[in-house]
Design a protein around this ligand. Structure first.
Ligand SMILES: [Zn+2]
Length: 148
């Protein structure tokens, strides 16, 4: 199981390879999705309590859930309420998740990248590709995270 640093290096190498092989694909929007791609190369290890992505994600989703709840109180809106609820569910899922089960499955990538559709499809696919690159590096891609 590669460390987070190795997953980032693999992600950076993949970006460099795409830029080298497909230089015409490089656009401003594609360039802007690189940080999302790199974050999603770390995201499957969100179920490891000691991983750095887990600590950052826990803070992010806690702040998101609280801000969503406060915003919904003052400006009632179904989407804001759903956002707060999903953020809370993710925190609970992170707490009880077993390593290399749901978060290392092929289904988790598109589900966790789905909010990126609101930004744009390029962002969504960048997140899914980053997620799947992590599964490939872990050797979990073809088993869908259910091998262990
Ligand atoms: Zn992993």
């Amino acid at each position: 199981m590669p460390s987070g640093r190795v997953h980032l290096l693999i992600g950076a190498a993949a970006v460099a390879l795409v830029v080298f092989v497909f230089p015409k694909m490089v656009s401003i929007e594609a360039f802007l999705t690189v940080p999302i791609f790199l974050i999603y190369t770390l995201l499957p290890d969100i179920d490891i309590p000691t991983s750095s992505i887990s600590a950052h994600a826990r803070k992010f989703f806690l702040v998101a859930a609280l801000m969503g709840a406060v915003a919904d109180y003052f400006f009632p809106n179904l989407y804001v309420l759903l956002f707060a609820i999903v953020a809370g569910v993710v925190i609970v899922a992170m707490t009880f998740a077993t390593h290399r089960r749901f978060f290392h499955s092929l289904l988790a990538g598109p589900l966790l990248a789905a909010p990126l559709i609101y930004v744009g499809w390029v962002w969504f696919f960048s997140g899914v590709l980053g997620y799947y690159l992590h599964l490939l590096a872990d050797g979990e891609f073809f088993s869908g995270g259910l091998s262990s």
